[in-house]
Design a protein around this ligand. Structure first.
Ligand code: ATP
Length: 764
């Protein structure tokens, strides 16, 4: 991208200054028009909502539904209009033909339908991100507008094709700065959207087609997370009809990470998105523990799918010997051959365990009814047998003996029993796992769920299906709900037509959602989150290098179309169950349907910090293509070599923090320790010292975290404690350390005793 600086164009500094002021004031006038229009649209929506709430609806269900539907529609619209207040407009394109387009968070037209602002996701805005001097796409000048509140605070121009501009224009071209300003701003602890400064290689990914799996590979800080979230917003805008009603699922590594990114999509005006960690993916169960690495690897192995399949089959029992039963004096027998026949028929029908059970039970009841008919000298025809079945069903003996052969199951209790029973485990794992491996899975009944259990629970739930004890009622209930739903959607279509609402804001399905369900208030996201069988329109997987093969299976079920954005960096893999190649991760769920796009510029970590981090990684034998840093940075890493006492370590950490605060005049800081050390004495003492009133840096600006917790996050300054210890702590310790070292946007301090890992010592 070519940027022209002040020196390159203005004839005299004073002249450029005045010209810039003039331009800023002209932009202010236009920005005032845009905010004025936004206020109009808002107050109109508010008035409509007020009128609606004051009006009395006809007291019919249809009348109430209509009122609720309108209410939901305008409430949602108001929330979206509220979310775009900050930086409503951030760019302008001057086309070579003379046309001028302002680019912002939403599209707006004036009363005469003249376009005032183009939505950043619309095709007409694409040139704002893609045009370069080499390929200007009809753009003469791209202008970034900086605003604070509703005030224009600066402009920043890039000249792409000067032939379309007159001499006056040229005097106002100033240097690039929007991106650098964004990159060096103090972090707030929450990720911000990057809609104003998205770069062209990022924009290409954002606008890539919806279908198939798009893998976004890139080193630390290349904007993978930011890009994936903007892509979700873009897809929701561009394919609203197709994906808004099914929603988008975003999977991120930890609750801390989800809190870090949670504001990005709402700031882009999107709400139909479910955020989840791998440990929350199974509705109703939350993982509270992490397995030992070797156990997590095993649970993430695809062989577990076969073990579970076998374990479910082993809950479909044969009968070793006949069981005689008496029914009102008539003798009948549950026969081994009939049980075998019933089992094979039930298995053949291909339904999940709890549903196939109906076939099993039906066949056995028919066999018993035949015996009863013979004993009572009745005709043994289907009709007579059918008449006898209620009587058989009422018999406790019959029910118990049939149930024992094919029990209805629930996923949680099934897996709990499997993992707490050596005999069951051995039987299910035979020929699939070694004895030592199946022993690894053993644990006490009632143990807390782990993250690696989630895909296993999902696998079980898939194989056993819905709870059979409610299935007859549930089936009726589902049919009734489906009919009501169809009616609701038809009705919503009518409402939308009447209100003339743009389909870009809401589809009939979304509106129908609003007047179904408790209080008419459930959104797509809320429905999706609670339903294991929900299928999403698109799924984003962040830190995807950590995902195990079994978890990929679970994710694949959530998106049968395989419309996915998968972002990660194989050099940052820390989980032992994670991937070392994308093929390994994705071939089983989307063979020939995935493609890789690369991001090559690190927008977070300055080169002065990246160089030693990369040298360390190379010496540890991990070779990767390193992203180029967008900034050289102002500070070399500070190294604090101390003795082994806790006092010295703590003291050095506090010194590093004080120096960071002084150098940066504020900001968000992190102290990063190994998984073990984060619960140890050093970290406890650091936390305590932070709370002391005499310590210069307020505790709320410092996070003390483990290498696991900092995945995907960033801070103005980072202090890494005992890098050699982090490497030694696990098989993927060097990747953990690399993650830690690449978190700062400005300053890195390293506190260590003994020698530093090679590369990090600043000598290479
Ligand atoms: N085009 C851009 N304009 C402004 N800031 C950007 C841009 N691209 C990325 N950034 C910023 O760079 C930082 C890193 O982005 P992000 O966290 O998405 O990177 P990542 O590739 O997911 O990193 P990692 O793999 O290390 O977690 C963020 O602060 C993000 O806002």
């Amino acid at each position: 991208m070519t940027n022209m600086g002040v020196d390159g164009v203005g004839d005299a500094a004073g002249g450029t200054q005045n010209a810039t002021e003039r331009e800023v004031s002209q932009e202010q006038s236009y920005v005032d028009v845009l905010y004025g229009r936004l206020d109009d649209i808002r107050s109109r929506a508010e008035m409509t909502l007020d009128d609606l709430r004051r009006s009395s609806s006809s007291n019919t269900p249809a009348g109430r539904a209509e009122k609720d539907a309108f209410d939901a529609l305008h409430t949602e619209r108001l929330a979206q209009l509220g979310a775009v207040e900050d930086r409503l407009v951030f760019g302008r394109l001057d086309m070579t033909g003379g046309e001028r387009r302002y680019v912002g968070r939403i599209g707006m037209s004036d009363e005469a339908q003249l376009q005032l602002l183009v939505d950043w996701r619309a095709p007409a805005a694409a040139a704002f991100y893609q045009a370069t001097a080499a390929s200007p796409s009809g753009v003469a000048r791209r202008r970034h507008l900086a605003t604070r509140g509703r005030t224009v605070t600066g402009i920043d121009d890039e000249l792409l094709d000067a032939s379309g501009l007159n001499a006056d224009d040229l005097t106002t071209v100033t240097g690039d700065g929007a991106l650098m300003t964004a990159l060096t701003e103090h972090r707030t602890g929450k990720m911000r959207d990057i809609v104003a400064t998205l770069q062209s290689e990022q924009d290409e990914i954002v606008r890539a087609p919806l279908t198939g799996v798009l893998v976004v590979q890139g080193g630390p800080g290349t904007g993978k997370t930011a890009v994936a979230l903007h892509r979700a917003a873009y897809l929701l805008y561009t394919h609203r009809e197709r994906i808004a009603k099914s929603g988008v699922l975003v999977v991120g590594p930890s609750p801390v990470f989800l809190r870090y990114i949670e504001r990005v999509l709402p700031s882009l005006g999107e709400t139909g998105v479910v955020l989840s960690t791998p440990g929350q993916i199974f509705p109703g169960v939350e993982a509270t523990k992490v397995d030992r690495p070797e156990v997590a690897v095993l649970k993430g192995d695809l062989r577990m799918a076969r073990v579970i399949r076998e374990a479910v089959r082993q809950r479909q029992l044969l009968l070793p010997k006949p069981i005689p039963m008496s029914l009102d004096g008539d003798q009948i027998t549950l026969r081994p051959a009939a049980v075998a026949e019933a089992r094979s028929r039930a298995r053949q029908n291909g339904r999940p365990h709890n549903e196939a059970r109906n076939t099993f039970v039906k066949h056995l009841l028919d066999d018993l009814a035949g015996q009863l008919a013979r004993s009572r000298r009745l005709e043994n025809d289907p009709e007579t047998r059918q008449d006898l079945i209620p009587e058989l069903r009422d018999s406790i003996d019959v029910r118990r003996e049939i149930n024992l052969r094919w029990m209805p199951l629930s996923a949680e209790s099934f897996l709990d029993k499997l993992f707490s029973s050596p005999a069951r485990l051995r039987a299910a794992a035979e020929g699939k796992l070694s004895k030592a491996e199946s022993r690894l899975l053993l644990r006490e009944s009632g143990s807390p769920w782990t993250q690696a259990d989630m895909p296993l629970l999902d696998e079980v739930a898939e194989l056993i299906g819905a709870d059979v004890t409610v299935s007859a009622t549930a089936a009726r209930e589902r049919a009734r709900a489906a009919a009501e739903r169809a009616e609701a959607v038809r009705y919503a279509q009518g409402v939308l037509q009447m209100s003339g609402e743009a389909s870009a804001m809401m589809t009939a399905d979304m509106l129908a959602d609003r007047f179904e369900g408790p209080g008419g208030s459930l959104t797509v996201a809320e429905r999706a989150r609670d339903d294991r069988t929900w299928t999403y329109g698109h799924v984003v997987v962040d830190e995807a290098q950590e995902v195990s093969p079994m978890f990929w299976r679970t994710l694949a079920r959530r998106v049968p179309t395989r419309s996915m954005t998968v972002v990660g960096d194989l050099a940052q893999t820390s989980s032992a169950a994670g991937a070392t190649t994308w093929a390994e991760a994705l071939d089983t769920i989307a063979k020939d349907r995935w493609r890789v796009a690369e991001l090559t510029v690190n927008y977070r970590t300055p080169a002065k910090i990246m160089r030693p981090a990369a040298a360390m990684l190379t010496t540890e034998g991990i070779s990767v293509r390193l992203p180029e840093s967008a900034r050289e940075g102002d500070w070399d890493p500070s190294r604090f070599r101390v003795g082994r006492t806790t006092d010295e370590l703590v003291q050095a950490v506090l010194e590093a923090l004080t120096a960071d605060d002084k150098a940066l005049g504020g900001g968000q800081f992190a102290v990063i320790l190994s998984r073990e050390a984060v619960n140890g004495e050093v970290s406890e003492r650091v936390r305590k010292s932070l709370l002391a009133p005499e310590f210069a840096v307020p505790a709320e600006r410092v996070s003390v975290l483990s290498v696991d917790d900092v995945k995907g996050l960033e801070y103005d300054a980072v202090t890494v404690v005992d890098p050699a210890g982090i490497i030694a702590a696990s098989r993927r310790g060097a990747s953990d350390l690399y993650v830690a070292l690449t978190r700062p946007t400005q300053r890195l301090s390293i506190v260590h005793h003994g020698d530093l890992p090679e590369g990090l010592d600043g000598r290479s």
